[in-house]
Design a protein around this ligand. Sequence first.
Ligand code: SF4
Length: 263
Amino acid sequence: MAPEDIGKIAKEYVERNRGNLYKEPRDHVSSWHAHELCLGCGSCISLGRRSKYCPGRLRLDQLTLLDDLTWGPARNIVSFTGGDLACQPEFYAESAKEIKSLGEDLWVLFETNGHGLTPENLDLFRDAGIDSLWLDIKAYDDKVHRNLTGASNEWILKLPAEIIERGFVLEVSSVYIPGWVETDQIRKIAELLAQVHPEILYAIIAFLPEHKLKHVPPPNFQQMVEAFEAAKDAGLKNVKVGNLGRFVKNMEEYEILFNIGAI
Ligand code: SF4
């Protein structure tokens, strides 16, 4: 596949959704803001009525089945996510140029663990028109980070400032892994982000036991609430929790998260 093919796919996406494409402003080019529009419960489709938690921001014809098989809006955003893509920066820079050359007001989001975001690649992405970076900060503690990823986080922790300085929209996520990355580290990551800009978007994701950490359980409800509150106390204004299916056991807990603004 060549960057021109990515441009063709983006064009097909626009054509398919032309009547119902939800146009986001540039500062909403994030996964975080998709949840401001729709929580993906599917109630309006499967039950014919909106859930009481529905943000009520979308017409029903603006909902579509997304590639992760949840319901949500087709937005004017093309996202590059999954694995880590920054080992091929030129490909994505050229692809972003193809997308922008369509003249369809599409924004471009790029997700990464940050290891490929050297200053040169950040400049390359900015100049190619990539609008938003979704940065996974795996751990604040360097030793834990090395154990999880095999590499130091020294540069990763400098990236939020480098990214904001270059005018990208920034969304950060961290996975709560019991025994590895808990509230103490999440608080420190949030403090670091708040010092760069208190409105940086931050998502705390519940761990899903897989691969070599299959024996580690997901966090419980209390742990996730504590992590959320620590991130807010650190000065961040925009914090949410994710992967609710791993730690929310009933509607009462869901309602608590809703009421404290964690979803
Ligand atoms: S618009 Fe989204 S949040 Fe609202 S009821 Fe439909 S699926 Fe649920």
